[in-house]
Write a protein that binds this ligand. Structure first.
Ligand code: CP
Length: 317
C-alpha cells in the first residue's frame, strides 16, 4: 500500500481498496477522542490551512474541528473575497498556494473550478485535501459516508446502494469511483437533465461498477441497504456563491424520501445518508425515523477528517 504521508487527497479514483480500509481503521482508532469530547496532542506541532473559495458549513468546520481535536492549529479563509484571489488582483491558485504552503503543513481547499485543488497540488510542497471542486469530486464527504456505513452496518461489501439526486454533483462522482472498490451494486435515480453523463458512464463501465438507472425512488428503494440522497434543487456549483432566488421550486416525488415511503417500502434495517445541506428532498419528519443516519454522519465526518489529517501528516502510518 502507498504511504499516506505527504499525500494529496484529491479524488477517490486514486483510492485502492486496502487504502479505504486503512483510513477506516485509523478513524476507528481516533474515534474515542472525539466521542469523549477530548483534545489530544497527536498534531500539536502542525497547522491546517483552510482555503475556501465557496461557502461551506460542514467540510471546513469538520476539518478545523478535527485538527483541534488532535491538538493542532488552524488558519485560513472562508471567503476568498477577503483575499487577493477575490479582489482586483484575482491572484492565481499557483501564487496563492506558494504563500499558503508556508503558513501551515496541510491545506484543505474548496473551489468553484473543477480541478483547482489538483492545480494547487502541482505547486504545493504540503499535502492538498480536496474539499469539493466545482462539479468535480468531494472525496472527504464520501469517505465520511463510507465510514458511516462501516460503523452503522459493519461492512461495505454485499450492500445494495440507492443514490438519489443530481448525478453531475461532485459527491456522486466520488461515490461512484469509491464503490468500484467494493462489491456494492448501485441504482442511480435522477432527473433526466441531471443524469450520469455518457462519458462518466463509460468510465464506470470501464471500472466494472455494477450500476443501473431508474426514474423513481419507488422503483429501487425496496432493495436498498444504503440510501444516499442529495438535492436536485441546488445552487450552481461552478459559481463562487449562488444566492437563493425568489422561486426555487420543490423536489418532485421521484427524488424525495418521505416517511411514508420509508415505512411502506424500505428495508427495516436500511440506512439513510445525506451529506447536507438539504432542501425538501428529505422532510424534517424523517429525522426521527429508524433509517436516518445523517446526524451520525456529522460526527463521523469529524472522525474521518482526524484520520486523514493524521495519515497525510505522517503521525499514523
Ligand atoms: N456536505 C458538505 O459538503 O457540506 P458543506 O457544503 O456545508 O461543506
Amino acid at each position: 500500500m502507498r504511504s499516506f504521508s505527504g499525500r494529496d487527497i484529491l479524488s477517490l479514483k486514486d483510492f485502492e481498496r486496502n487504502e479505504f480500509f486503512r483510513v477506516f481503521e485509523a478513524a476507528e482508532q481516533l474515534e474515542p477522542i472525539a466521542r469523549n469530547r477530548r483534545n489530544a496532542d497527536l498534531l500539536k506541532e502542525k497547522t491546517l490551512v483552510t482555503a475556501f473559495y465557496q461557502p461551506s458549513t460542514r467540510t471546513r468546520l469538520a476539518h478545523e474541528a478535527a485538527m483541534i481535536r488532535l491538538g493542532g492549529q488552524v488558519t485560513g479563509f472562508a471567503d476568498a473575497k477577503m483575499t487577493r484571489a477575490g479582489d482586483f488582483y484575482q491572484e492565481s491558485i499557483k501564487d496563492t498556494v506558494k504563500m499558503l504552503e508556508f503558513y501551515g503543513d496541510v491545506i484543505v481547499m474548496r473551489h468553484f473550478q473543477q480541478g483547482a485543488p489538483h492545480e494547487a497540488a502541482k505547486w504545493s510542497s504540503v499535502p492538498i485535501i480536496n474539499g469539493g471542486d466545482g462539479w468535480g469530486e468531494h472525496p472527504t464527504q464520501i469517505l465520511t459516508d463510507f465510514y458511516t456505513v462501516m460503523r452503522e452496518k459493519g461492512r461495505m461489501d454485499g450492500l445494495k446502494w440507492l443514490a438519489v439526486g443530481d448525478m453531475r454533483m461532485r459527491t456522486m462522482h466520488s461515490l461512484a469511483y469509491g464503490l468500484t472498490q467494493f462489491d456494492c451494486p448501485i441504482t442511480f435515480v435522477s432527473p433526466p437533465d441531471m443524469s450520469l453523463t455518457d462519458e462518466f458512464k463509460a468510465d464506470l463501465e470501464n471500472y466494472r461498477l455494477d450500476f443501473r438507472e431508474a426514474e423513481h425512488v419507488e422503483q429501487a428503494i425496496a432493495d436498498a441497504d444504503v440510501i444516499l440522497v442529495e438535492p436536485v434543487v441546488q445552487p450552481d456549483y461552478t459559481k463562487s456563491r449562488d444566492e437563493r432566488g425568489a422561486d426555487v421550486g420543490l423536489t418532485p416525488a421521484n427524488y424525495k424520501i418521505t416517511r411514508d415511503l420509508l415505512y411502506n417500502k424500505a428495508k427495516s434495517d436500511a440506512i439513510l445518508l445525506h451529506s447536507l445541506p438539504r432542501m425538501d428532498e428529505i422532510p424534517a419528519d424523517v429525522d426521527i425515523t429508524r433509517w436516518s443516519r445523517y446526524w451520525q454522519e456529522a460526527f463521523y465526518g469529524v472522525v474521518m477528517r482526524m484520520a486523514l489529517l493524521a495519515l497525510v501528516l505522517g503521525v499514523m502510518e
